[in-house]
Design a protein. Sequence first.
Length: 546
Amino acid sequence: MAQFYSEITDYRTAKDIGIDRPEKKEILYNIPPTPEQEDFIYRLMEFAKTGDATLLGRAPLSQKEEKAKMLIATNYARKMSLDMRMISPEYSDHIDNKASHCAQKISEYYHQFQAQKGTQFVFSDLGTYKPNTWNPYSEIKRKLVEEHGLLPSEVRFIQEAKNENMRKDFIKQMNEGTIRVLFGSTEMLGTGLNAQKRAVAIHHLDTPWRPSDLAQRDGRAIRKGNEIAKHFGDNNVDVIIYAVEKSLDSYKFNLLHNKQLFIDQLKTNNLGKRTIDEGGMDEKSGMNFSEYVAILSGNTDLLEKAKLEKKITALESERKAFHNAKWSSKNKLKNLCQLAVLGKERVTSMVADQKQFLSNIQKSSDGTILNPIQLKNLDSIHVETIGKHLNKMDKEMNTRGEYRSIGNLYGFTLLIKTEASMRDEFDFNINRFFVLGKGDIKYTYNNGLIATDPQLAASNFLNALYKIPSLLEKEQQKLQENQKHIPTLNEVVNSKWKKESDLKDLKLELETLDRKIKNSISDTGNKNDEVAEPIIEKEQRSHLKI
């Protein structure tokens, strides 16, 4: 598939075509669960095992809901991670919940880039803004205003832009720095918004399902025209992913990251491996029961597995790039060595030609270099006559693409060749004149085209010989340039990838961890066969094979 994709597409990233945009600096911000979240995590695990919905404060599951039990469990876990008040209004605020941590980070960037009026984007597809209703967007804004001193007018929600004119006004205010923080979902804020001029940070309160959605979010600031990042932020934009420990946040983000690496490698036909582990979580069926319980219980094996796979994918990509570079260097080295041999031969020939020219030069009594051309079928040494005869050959002669000798000068053979050309969509023939040197080198003046003036026409070959020193100098410079790169390319061709042992160790570590996880999941599944039905109609692990 990767090979086929490369045949039908010409894939180029912004970096490939030299678009000047900031780099992304990802920060995974881990947050310890609050006591209320700890309690609810236990309830979620019991719900996943028993299907008792009353543990979550809701009515018992219907028959239809029973089939989607793990999707319900996954959605509750996502809401719980974002804010407990997404589960029930009976829960209260907490100093260590995600909203508090996010408000604190936003405030830090706000004050750090106060002089530049740096702006920030905050994304969440859960708990979006609704007027006169409690939601995480409004809660974070409240904390920013009441606890961190931001003005209400500086914190806005894209959902407030009810029409296109209001949307354009929001973009304008973001680029001017009037709005400093803008909240939105992937759908409403993630595309078609060029408000990157002052962007310094992106905050992900949740992780979307698809890698492309995350890329779209990041693209609001990782974009050409971000002036503050370029001039005041080392051309970096911080991308903060908020993850509550013992929740699905980190695991989901790492799975998404691995998928994106695989997709990028597929598009560039640079796959380090042929299989990607997609994990047991998707937006239609939720998450695999055993993995769900393992993660929520604080078992870090699955998260470590995702991290290991991420490292292995990166190293395999690096190894593939190394071998590609080695192969490319080998071809370049072969080409340069051939050019060096040819270059030495040309230099030797030009030196001999220059020596021949200088040793045969004839001068008049006043020191002027003579032009003793001898043309075939012309018994004359007069410049005017020679020039006219050359013009006649230029008009009448046709060598049918072959070089033909027409005379000599200072021991050099003079040649003419008829070549096909085109002008204004019409074909025609053109004659070019050469001086033949050693090693089949051919010297020309005015690209071999003869002048209509007889005296200038007669001087064509002598002028070509005058060019030998400058041509020799260029050839020597080219030879030196080619030879300069040969030692470096030799080093690359003979080098070995130094991280092979690291990759081998990581793969062994992954194999050991895989066996541990499989045994753990198998044990968990056996213990709960009587109370937990298989609720995801797919394998525990789906694989996309290339």
